[in-house]
Ligand binder design. Structure first.
Ligand code: ADP
Length: 724
């Protein structure tokens, strides 16, 4: 900005341009010329000394117009012209008259003074003008500056507004970013290129256990990286800074973190570099995986538990497996107790103690042996077994009430204290609404995971349920096995009895039958008809008895699963014909027609001929037995894959509701007090078991009063059922 002194444009008398100075002198000359002309014209009017009056006016005008110089010029010219033209002698510069000389001198002096005054007046005017010009220039300049200033102010205000807007946008965005960081569930930790923490959000505070203020500025490595991984962390950062490459950048990885208390835990980590000018800044997003890992471990433990427990059908092995599982995933020590009379009448029995510390296991064994807890102990496994509800004990309760409460003597208390139980929980072993026992789990603390929490309790309870089920199953299995063993022993005894009986009964029966035959043939002398009749009855009864014994023996062998199938090529038609031949006489004797319809030629199957024959004989003898008139028929058909025997009669028939039951052992249809046919109720039962043993089966169709048809089918190949 220009100052007033520095304004070179203001015109003054001394600094007038040459041309304007020339003009001033020319004007002076002109004014003098005009005064001369005027004086000429007015000479007659201007008397005496007044002749110079117009020249004064010219000097004044020249001085006023052009300043001192032109004023002096006009004065000089006036003196000369007055002398030359108007003071006598005319047209001569000679002055003879003294008064004229004085008058001219006076004129000259006055003219000089006048021009000096005029000049000073002119200068002052000019000065004032210049001053005014300068002032107005200044004013203009000021005005311009004011306008400029106003513009600048306006601009500044706009700028300020803009700045304010962007600042508030930045503040809002920062607030949002901060809110995100603050409320993030994940830990957000920012680190500068030197590895120092520059941001540490609340989740990070919670997870790692450092307040933000303490974390900021510290090297990340020493804060949250376990000592064993620090070197790798440092090298990774350096390499990234040098090459821009790193294995963890922009990826999710699982690593181990460290808390303020030094405990290590699994974390999921993703690191990104923030695109900001200047040295790189990294943001790490970390998530504590402990809970997830724990849940996974719990699931794995339960899965493993189910597998191990399902595989074990032995109570002892089951209990041992439970204890092993518990210390693998849940506790430092485990005692499994079941409600069962232990040594010296103790109400409980313990499985072998499992512990990570063998000395403690031995100590527990000693305590259990020397100080068995009574069933009414106020806490611990007896109370859990009584109530069926779990118990969790924390460190303070242990020393204050639990241990003194169950200790039976000073020595007992001393031993319990030596166990150094920090926290414990006892969960029931409950299966089918019954508490079979309890699992006591102990942790020797202190430490971060030394206290059992709700998740641990839930896991232990689940383990308890599964274990109880396994124990229950194992017990049921053991009971079933004992029952089976007992039954097998009984069955063996029965079979032995049967074998003995068969021998002991058959021998005299055979003798009876043999001797009656001899008697009937008259070996002992001729017999009367009445005697013959008696002998025939004796023989028939003996035969019946023999059959009965055979059936009972068969059945007992089948029951015991001791009936063996001897597979061999069998001509199915021949077996049918043989059986028919054995029964035909009794049918004929009863006046029945006996028909056999078997295809000619051999029909060979792999089977057991004796068993087929026994089944057919049972069916045929029943047909004869339950038929009074008509026909008994045996037919055989070879079908694809099987052969079918059919025994038909026109006898009394069987009511529909009886048709299933006649195959049961010892079942006989009640035929009223006037029962006509004797029997054992075993024939059909034996027949069905034989048919099934040979891989086939038997079925009945019957109509009361019209007759029955029994069908036996057998496979042609050697598909034989295991057992009866
Ligand atoms: P049982 O020695 O009494 O004949 P089975 O087991 O052979 O014993 O037969 C069971 C019952 O089935 C018989 O008591 C009889 O009532 C009935 N039954 C068997 N076969 C016939 C048949 N062919 N006709 C009518 N009823 C029969």
């Amino acid at each position: 900005m220009a100052g007033p002194q520095a304004n070179p444009g203001a015109p003054t008398a001394d600094t007038l341009a040459p041309r304007s100075r020339v003009a001033s002198y020319a004007a002076a000359a002109l004014f003098v010329a005009l005064a001369t002309a005027g004086t000429y014209l007015l000479q007659p009017l201007l008397a005496g000394r007044l002749v110079g009056v117009l020249f004064f006016a010219a000097v004044g005008a020249a001085a006023l117009y052009g300043g001192r110089g032109p004023g002096f010029l006009a004065a000089g010219l006036g003196v000369v012209l007055l002398d030359y033209l108007f003071i006598p002698p005319a047209y001569s510069l000679n002055l003879t008259d003294v008064p004229d000389l004085l008058a001219l001198a006076l004129f000259g002096g006055v003219a000089v003074w006048l021009s000096a005054v005029g000049a000073s007046l002119q200068e002052r005017r000019r000065g004032a003008e210049a001053e005014r010009d300068r002032a107005s220039a200044l004013a203009e300049e000021l005005q311009a500056q004011a306008v400029e200033l106003e513009q600048q102010t306006e601009e500044a205000r706009a700028l300020a507004e803009e700045l304010e807007e962007s600042a508030s946008a930045a503040r809002a965005s920062e607030a949002r970013a901060t809110a995100v960081v603050e409320s993030a569930l994940d830990c957000i930790i920012m680190m500068d290129h030197e590895g120092r923490v520059i941001e540490f959000n609340p989740a990070a505070e919670r997870t790692f256990g450092y307040p933000r203020a303490q974390a900021i500025g510290r090297p990340l490595a020493e804060l949250i990286v376990p000592p064993s991984l620090r070197e790798a962390h440092r090298r990774g950062l350096q390499r990234y800074l040098a090459t821009g490459e790193g294995p963890v950048m922009g990826r999710r990885i699982e690593i181990t973190g460290m808390r303020a208390d030094g405990t290590e835990f699994p974390v999921e980590l993703a690191i990104t570099q923030i695109a900001l000018p200047g040295p790189p800044v990294f943001t790490g997003y970390l998530r504590d995986l402990s809970e997830r890992k724990r849940a996974e471990e719990a699931l794995a433990l339960l899965a493993e538990g189910s597998r191990v427990l399902a595989a074990s059908l032995d109570v002892e092995a089951t209990l041992a497996a439970v204890a092993r599982l518990a210390i693998a995933g849940l506790a430092d020590g485990c005692l499994v107790t079941v409600v069962e009379k232990g040594e010296q009448g103790a109400p409980f029995r313990h499985a072998p103690v499992a512990s990570r510390d063998p000395e403690k296991a031995a100590l527990v064994e000693e305590i259990n042996r020397r100080f068995p807890l009574p069933a009414d102990a106020p806490s611990g496994y007896p109370s859990v077994i009584r109530t069926g509800r779990p118990e969790v004990v924390d460190p303070r309760a242990f020393d204050e009430s639990v241990l003194p409460g169950i200790a039976q003597s000073e020595e007992h208390l001393r031993l319990l204290r030596r166990l150094e139980m920090y926290s414990a929980m006892v969960v029931p072993l409950t299966a089918r609404g019954q508490t079979l026992g309890a699992i006591t789990l102990v942790r020797h603390g202190p430490g971060r995971r030394a206290l059992f929490d709700a998740a641990d309790l839930a896991l232990a309870e689940e383990l308890g349920r599964r274990a109880a089920l396994a124990v229950d199953n194992a017990r049921a299995y053991e009971a079933a096995k004992a029952a089976r063993d007992e039954a097998e022993a009984a069955s063996r005894a029965k079979s032995e009895f049967m074998a003995v009986m068969s021998h002991e009964l058959r021998t005299p029966l055979n003798a009876i039958i043999g001797y009656t035959a001899l008697l009937a043939e008259g070996v002992g002398g001729p017999l009367t008809e009445a005697q013959q009749n008696h002998l025939a009855r004796v023989r028939a009864s003996a035969q019946h008895l023999l059959e009965l014994i055979d059936q009972v023996l068969s059945l007992s062998r089948l029951d015991a699963g001791r009936e063996e199938v001897r597979l061999a090529p069998v001509d199915a038609g021949a077996v049918a014909r043989d059986s028919a031949a054995l029964i035909e006489p009794s049918a004929v004797e009863k006046g029945l027609r006996f028909e056999v319809d078997v295809p000619a030629g051999a029909c060979v199957v792999r089977s057991d001929a004796t068993k087929i024959r026994q089944a057919l004989l049972n069916l045929l003898s029943n047909a004869v037995k339950y038929t009074e008139h008509g026909t008994v028929a045996l037919e055989m058909r070879a079908e694809p894959g099987r052969i079918v025997y059919r025994v038909r009669d026109t006898g009394i028939g069987i009511e529909p509701e009886q048709q299933d039951r006649i195959f049961d052992s010892f079942y006989q249809v009640d035929q009223g007090p006037t029962r006509r046919a004797g029997g054992t109720g075993l024939g059909l039962s034996v027949t069905r078991r034989l048919a099934r043993l040979l891989g086939g089966d038997v079925a009945v169709e019957s109509e009361v009063g019209r007759g029955s048809a029994f069908t036996v089918w057998l496979p042609r190949a050697d598909r034989v059922a295991p057992g009866g």
